[in-house]
Design a protein around this ligand. Structure first.
Ligand SMILES: Cc1cc2nc3c(=O)[nH]c(=O)nc-3n(C[C@H](O)[C@H](O)[C@H](O)COP(=O)(O)O)c2cc1C
Length: 189
């Protein structure tokens, strides 16, 4: 039986999620597609967009969801939200995605963050995610530094450092090799 076709759709501002997406894409034999901003974005403009609840303008994404059995979305979290450019891509795909997972190489665990993200994904795509995983850059720091938001948010992860997340990466790879049911998730709207 042929392996399920997987696409990884990634948004990354400072490179962390892109490095992880390229690694997983190679390992899982997935196509990797990038969501791109129309305008140049900085961490400061992210903070302003969050403050004023502005949506992101993105370039058209060349993805035909019908060509894949499953989509893995990957993006940073900003103030507990899926990064706005990825949220924009998801809004455009709503109604066309049956089965998907979401991974974020994000900063630090915040109370309620996982549930908040799962609810937001369900709202954006109209269907619950099958898998959600957060990998925390903060775990590379000693406990007393893990609440230093700007220190952690400025940390760039290089491909050679991904071994520090090997446990989480193995778990994600396992999602796609396990004989999981391929029925898809339940539409919510
Ligand atoms: C304005 C801002 C807000 C952030 N808020 C969160 C957050 O709420 N939770 C979290 O885990 N990480 C948060 N982060 C950290 C990013 O998710 C993290 O730096 C991520 O690895 C960046 O991914 P990228 O390099 O792919 O853009 C925030 C970063 C910025 C710049």
């Amino acid at each position: 039986m042929a392996s399920p076709r997987l696409a990884i759709v990634v948004y990354s501002l400072t490179g962390n999620n892109l490095v992880l997406a390229q690694h997983l894409g190679g390992r899982l034999g997935a196509d990797v597609l990038e969501v791109r901003d129309v305008r140049r974005r900085t961490q400061w403009s992210v903070a302003l967009d969050l403050m004023f609840k502005r949506q992101a303008a993105i370039r058209p994404l060349d993805l035909d969801p019908a060509s894949y059995d499953e989509i893995l979305f990957m993006a940073p979290l900003w103030d507990m939200h899926v990064a706005m450019p990825m949220a924009a891509a998801m809004r455009a795909l709503k109604g066309n995605i049956i089965r998907y997972g979401f991974v974020s190489l994000c900063g630090y665990d915040r109370p309620g963050q996982q549930a908040h993200v799962e609810a937001e994904l369900t709202d954006l795509l109209g269907v619950r995610p099958v898998h959600v995983s957060q990998l925390f850059v903060g775990t590379l720091y000693p406990p007393q530094d893990r609440n230093k938001v700007w220190l952690i948010s400025s940390r760039r992860i290089r491909a050679g450092e991904l071994g520090r997340f090997s446990r989480e990466i193995e778990a994600i790879a396992g999602w796609f090799s396990a004989p999981a049911d391929r029925q898809g998730s339940t539409p919510t709207a």
